[in-house]
Design a protein around this ligand. Structure first.
Ligand code: KG4
Ligand code: ZN
Length: 337
């Protein structure tokens, strides 16, 4: 049995978790900074790193307490070292180095995106124990910072198929919510509003970028802005629900359709939906409607940033003999083929 402590501080969540065998979540502690950043309508990097400094020790202590384990019961510490906000990553990485050195534990470096992939190997209480994911797999990672299609041929073997050329999908949700003065984070609010709106009320552009697996959401964002400008003055509540529904439909249609095309092209056995935006029910439904193979989605806590997924990816690396050196630095780049 392998028991690993995962640490994640790449963005606005300070998280620590204990996971057994890369599969069983013993604890999954998260201190979210959403309330702190809500006033800015997005993550404020300098405030994020300060909040991580305050939260990291209590969150790790909580993760150990919740898991009913001590430092001596751990086999390694896995930590996110990139990509993410440099000031935020440094807090987790330096804490993990200090703890690993002090406790005599190996330190295992994890790429944040790999964490989002390995969240799918974690056991979820209400899910059939027997689920197995056979390679090749296609992952759509959609969050506030990422929109990526990644082909996974085996453990540790990734091919970057495409990604956003401008805004991440979650960023587009957040920015449009801000334009509509709906609040932050925008994704869940827009999804809720969209339920009462007409997705065909406004004609909004879809960037198909033919011949690529890339995405672009800046044109869509500008189109929402132009429509708002045309409808200035007092707007009925219907305007907001219709705009939310039309915007969501435009994002979801492109994400689902391009994921389906990539899944077909690479003959994958399953599609994995990861990241905060994958909590969106409309995206899940649209992807399932278009993809012939199984579409695996996650409970909300495992969609958004968490440390259980970092421990899960770390377990894979641990068994492959991957160890960080003590001078490991943050790596904001993508270490993908
Ligand atoms: O994975 P995550 O917690 O953080 C990042 O790594 O960025 O994702 C947060 C993003 C935010 O942009 C938020 O608006 C979006 O995920 N989000 C959603 C939904 N829930 C969260 N977007 C669309 N629909 C949702 N239900
Ligand atoms: Zn993330």
């Amino acid at each position: 049995m392998t028991r690993i402590l995962g640490i994640e501080t790449s963005c606005d969540e300070t998280a620590a978790a204990v996971v057994e065998d890369g599969r069983t979540i013993l604890s999954n502690a998260i201190a979210s900074q959403v309330d702190l950043h809500a006033q800015y309508g997005g993550v404020f990097p300098e405030m994020a790193s300060r909040a991580h400094v305050e939260a990291i020790v209590p969150i790790v202590e909580q993760a150990l307490r919740d898991a009913h384990v001590g430092w001596d019961d751990l086999h390694a510490i896995a930590v996110t070292y990139g990509p993410g906000l440099p000031g935020s990553l440094l807090v987790g990485l330096n804490f993990a180095k200090g703890a690993a050195l002090g406790r005599g534990l190996p330190l295992v470096p994890v790429n944040h995106l790999e964490g989002h992939l390995y969240a799918h190997w974690l056991h979820v209480a209400d899910e059939d124990e027997e689920i197995t994911l056979d390679f090749p797999l296609l992952a759509l990672i959609v969050s506030g910072g990422h929109t990526e299609l990644i082909l996974m041929r085996d453990h540790g073997q990734y091919t970057y198929l495409g990604g956003t050329l401008d805004d991440a999908a979650g960023e587009a949700f957040d920015k449009v919510a801000r334009m509509l003065e709906l609040g932050y984070p925008g994704g869940p609010i827009i999804e809720e509003k969209a339920r009462q709106g007409n997705p065909r009320a406004f004609e909004l552009p879809r960037a198909w970028l033919p011949g690529t697996h890339d995405f672009s959401f800046s044109g869509l964002k500008t189109a929402v802005l132009r429509t708002l400008e045309r409808h200035n003055g007092p707007r009925p509540p219907r305007f907001y629900t219709d705009m939310a529904a039309s915007f969501q439909a435009a994002v979801v249609e492109v994400l689902a359709e391009k994921t389906a095309r990539a899944a077909h092209e690479h003959a994958v056995n399953a599609v994995l939906l990861s990241g905060g935006v994958s909590a969106n029910r409309s995206l899940r439904a649209a992807t399932r409607a278009r993809v012939a193979v199984r579409v695996h989605s996650l409970p909300l806590i495992l969609c958004t940033d968490n440390a259980a997924m970092i421990a899960a990816a770390g377990t894979q690396h641990y068994h492959a003999g991957v160890r960080a050196s003590w001078d490991l630095d943050i790596d904001p780049g993508l270490r993908l083929a």
